[in-house]
Design a protein around this ligand. Structure first.
Ligand code: IMP
Ligand code: MG
Length: 177
């Protein structure tokens, strides 16, 4: 499959993703029983995952999307920009950040620092994917869908150069060999 200027191959079908989303939602519903959390999905990448996950959340909750951006093309630029749109009060709330993928781990490390400064009662992360190289950061990520190798992937919200977010399956970049 060609996307923009690169070749990608099927990596993970949507039914496998949906199974994992159900599993993650069940865990969150159980862990947050009697708690009214604030979900903070990180735009743009997590929009599809957040939509599917939140439909399965049975808790009384708030949802507030925010935007951060540090990625250009295939590599993280490493500069986390300001958070745009933390409207709901974080202070005293039980916050669950919804992320698509943790790659190097730099974005999430900085994000967690910023959120902690705002004084939440609790702070957890649900990420659909985590790459191998994120292990360099000692982060406590409570909910992880898939632990994956360091391949570049697209689809289900994830993009290459802005393309591919609409795909329902996940594709990975074809290697040269
Ligand atoms: P990190 O700071 O290196 O962990 O980068 C995290 C962000 O980069 C994620 O929130 C994604 O938006 C983006 N990203 C990381 N890996 C991929 C990938 O394989 N495909 C598409 N986007 C990615
Ligand atoms: Mg993202």
């Amino acid at each position: 499959m060609k996307l923009h200027d690169l070749e990608f191959e099927l990596y993970l079908k949507s039914d496998k993703i949906q199974e994992k989303v159900i599993e993650l939602a069940k865990r969150i519903n159980k862990d947050y029983r009697n708690i009214s959390p604030l979900f903070v999905p990180i735009l743009n990448g997590s929009f599809m995952f957040a939509g599917d996950l939140l439909k399965l959340i049975k808790l009384e909750c708030l949802v507030s999307f925010i935007k951060v951006s540090s990625y250009s093309e295939l590599e993280s630029s490493g500069n986390l920009k300001q958070l745009i749109g933390v409207n709901e009060k974080i202070f005293g709330r039980d916050v669950i950040i919804i992320e698509d993928i943790i790659d190097s781990g730099k974005t999430m490390t900085e994000l967690l620092e910023k959120f902690l400064e705002l004084g939440p009662n609790s702070l957890e992360v649900v990420s659909l994917f985590r790459k191998e190289k994120a292990k360099q950061y000692d982060m406590n990520i409570k909910y992880i869908g898939f632990e994956i190798p360091n391949d570049f992937i697209v689809g289900y919200g994830l993009d290459y150069n802005g393309y591919g977010r609409n795909l329902k399956d996940i594709y990975k970049l074809k290697s040269d060999e």
